[in-house]
Structure formats: structure tokens, C-alpha cells
Design a protein around this ligand. Structure first.
Ligand code: BTN
Length: 265
């Protein structure tokens, strides 16, 4: 069923205090993150969700294109947390954990988290999270958490050759379509409960849960940044969200969440 048919009665079924209490929908946008940022600047409330059936210029990390055909779940959540800007990157882990939990619980999949912002199934990417924030000095004005999940389309039909090997979708994994509405409701509810858990208990218990899904830990990885490539063993993820890498010469490096990508070897 197209999103516009169920989005109008979403609130009736949603058990959340803030997340999804205001939903803004369009059949086609450039990018839900871009639209959410415009709405946030104009004063949109905490928990507002911006969702689209397709994105013409969906964006991933490192300015990559995010292919967003009909059948996927493409949305951005506007948050106004009372956090220091340095803490905001942790919201990406909260979102990744929520997606991994929901994919496992609703569909019985063995999803994995991959530092810093991916969720994988069978080692292929099914979801990416793009968090962006606006600050004034040490104050966060808002954070936009953009979530993209490949749902009701076959990877084979949609992705270019070079991405087919690395990506998957719920339809490709399950061999059937799923109800996008159920997934969206489950996800918004889990996102809100984990967000509150994070604010109340801090990042450590969130990170522990996230690490329970982290299949890349203990594996050989290559971290690519604008300035260098680093090969090593992914030892751990630190409390600040940085990746702890043991290099081939046995020294330890902390890699901050930023303009880096990680490939599991
Ligand atoms: C990544 O893995 O690089 C992050 C991908 C994030 C994609 C989502 S889809 C909804 C939102 N709008 C965007 O333009 N990007 C995010």
C-alpha cells in the first residue's frame, strides 16, 4: 500500500509521546534530511518526522548518493536534545540499535551493526543513518536523524552493478513484501524508548546493546579517510563512539566518527 494511504492514520496506532506526533509527508522530495532541516529552522517541534515515498537526491554519509525508490522507508526525525554537541553523534548509535532490534524482533533476521552508522543483514547493508545538527556555541538547536531502510524492492532491480553485492533489502532477504506501516510504527516506538533510555542512563548501556550486534568487532578492517588508509583489527568502540583499531604494527588508534568509511576485510 502506498505511504499516503496509511500515513493519515498513523498517529492513532502509535504509542509514543513525541516521536511521530507530527508527521510531514510527501510523495517525492529531494531529501527528507534537507526538508527536515528547513522545518527545524522554521521551528518544527521535537519528534517531528518527515517521510517520503521517494527521494530524488537522497544523501548518505561522505556526500554519497542514497538511492531511494518507492518501497523503501526514508524518513528524518527532528530532535531537540539537551545535550552537548559532542554527544550528538551518539544518537546515530541509538538509531542503528533501534533498527537492528526491530529487524530482528519483527522479522527474525540476524541483523548486525557496523561502525558507525550501518545496519547489515547477511553482511550486506540494509540501512544507513545520517545525523546532522545545528548548533549555537555549545548548544544544540536541533539534530536531524535520517534513516533509510531498503524494504519492499529487490536489490537486483534497483541498485547499480557496483552496489548490488554490498546491499540488501527486506524483500531480498525475506522473499516477500512487508507492511511498511508496521515497520514504521515499531521503529518509531523503539527509537523513542531507546532515546529516553539514552538520556536517562547515559551512553554506556546503549553502546553495550549496540556492540552485541557488532559483527565487525574482532575482524580485520580498513578505515579510509581523506588523508590515509588504515588497516588493522577492530578491537572495540569507545565510550565517545570512536573506533579502537589495533594497527598492524600493534599500536592502538582511536578513530573518531567523521569523514571515514570502514570496510570489513
Ligand atoms: C549512509 O549510510 O551513508 C546514510 C544514509 C542515510 C539515508 C537516509 S534516507 C532518509 C534521509 N534522507 C536522506 O537524504 N538521507 C537519509
Amino acid at each position: 500500500m502506498p505511504i499516503r494511504r496509511w500515513i493519515v492514520r498513523l498517529q492513532e496506532r502509535l504509542h509514543t509521546k513525541h516521536f511521530g506526533r507530527v508527521v510531514v509527508f510527501s510523495c517525492e522530495v529531494r531529501s527528507t534530511n534537507e526538508w527536515a532541516k528547513e522545518l527545524a529552522v522554521a521551528g518544527a517541534s521535537h519528534g517531528t518526522v518527515v517521510v517520503a515515498e521517494t527521494q530524488k537526491s537522497g544523501r548518505g554519509r561522505l556526500a554519497r548518493e542514497w538511492i531511494s525508490p518507492a518501497g523503501g522507508l526514508w524518513f528524518s526525525l527532528i530532535l531537540r536534545p539537551n545535550l552537548h554537541p559532542a554527544e550528538a553523534a551518539k544518537l546515530t548509535f541509538v538509531a542503528g540499535l533501534a533498527v537492528a532490534d526491530v529487524l530482528n524482533e519483527m522479522f527474525g533476521l540476524n541483523s548486525e551493526t557496523k561502525w558507525p552508522n550501518d545496519v547489515l543483514v547477511n553482511k550486506r547493508k540494509i540501512c544507513g543513518v545520517l545525523s546532522e545538527m545545528s548548533t549555537t556555541g555549545d548548544t544544540i538547536n536541533f539534530v536531524v536523524v535520517g534513516v533509510g531502510i531498503n524494504v519492499n524492492f529487490e536489490v537486483e532491480d534497483v541498485f547499480p552493478k557496483e552496489l548490488k553485492e554490498a546491499a540488501t533489502s527486506l524483500e531480498s532477504e525475506l522473499g516477500r513484501k512487508v507492511r511498511l506501516e508496521e515497520l514504521f510504527i515499531g521503529l518509531l516506538e523503539r527509537l523513542e524508548s531507546l532515546y529516553e533510555f539514552f538520556l536517562e542512563k547515559g551512553f554506556s548501556p546503549v553502546l553495550e546493546k549496540w556492540k552485541n550486534y557488532a559483527g565487525f568487532l574482532g575482524c580485520k578492517v580498513k578505515v579510509t579517510s581523506q588523508t590515509e588508509d588504515l588497516n588493522g583489527l577492530a578491537l572495540d568502540v569507545d565510550y565517545d563512539g570512536s573506533l579502537i583499531l589495533r594497527l598492524e604494527n600493534e599500536t592502538l588508534r582511536h578513530i573518531l566518527v567523521g569523514d571515514v568509511s570502514l570496510n570489513v576485510q
